[in-house]
Design a protein around this ligand. Sequence first.
Ligand SMILES: [Mg+2]
Length: 326
Amino acid sequence: MKVSELGEFGLIDLLAKMIPDSQAEKPVIGIGDDAAAWHSDAPVQLATVDTMIQGVHFSLDTVTWKELGWKSLAINLSDIAAMGGTPQYALVALALPEDTEVEDVAGLYEGMIELAGQFRVGIIGGNVSRSPVVSITITVLGDSLSNEILKRSTARPGDTIAITGYPGSAAAGLEMLTKKLQFGAETATYLRSAFMRPKPRITEGQLLLKLGITTAIDTSDGLLADLRHICEASGVSARVDVDRLPIHPAVSNNFGERARELALSGGEDYELLFTGSAEIVERVRAQMEYPVTAIGEITAGEPGKISVVDADGNPAEINKAGWEHF
Ligand SMILES: [Mg+2]
């Protein structure tokens, strides 16, 4: 059945019924009234919003509706992770062409609900409207249990720069999908899920805060571009040691010389890039049950300037065109 046959209210009713009651702290009022209502005792509230538009951010030729649902929510949860916070509620605004299959919209919600369930996020409201292309806008509300939050503006010269996970994996996944590259099953699965099912680093962000890190960002634009956001906000420069970049074997074994470029400039990994004293970063590395790698140092200098060097400290040969346009 098409969404136009079911109608706006029928669709909202169907989607509301899909959402389990028990996913989050129960709001006072969830879906079904003019606005959602809830209590919060947390000292700091967080809010973020992001839009995914068909033809701009995704193509239905390469992603399933379920993956799209997961990713649309994941990119917002990642922003809460980058503040060291806890996501609580989500509001979902969908715009859909009239001939969209109801089954596909249900698939989209399945992906979203699966991820929301993992982090006990309640979907408490939203909106559905008609549009020439699919557009998904999600607002996530969260909070922080302490007065501290992770910011972009507190990096200091001498700080170690570190990153979680394996940068470049999502960009390699996108390239695999768009260029229809053929890899073995294990590699293909890893790359596809790196791009379509990023895992928001919520617990990792909270651990950073707990161990005394104050500076972090989630990598959506690419490692260098996001590091530049930190450097500009903090009024500092940075040095990245290209030989220390943690590159996943699925990328290094299949993308040759381009692997480093993907790691430096590929977007949409949604990992955490952070800075702190060498001691604290080492403590993070020892305590986090997820890979953390030191990749460089914050330096004094022109705000936002980043140099990429090899093991000898010489400027690394990288294709700058890949990242300078960010
Ligand atoms: Mg972000």
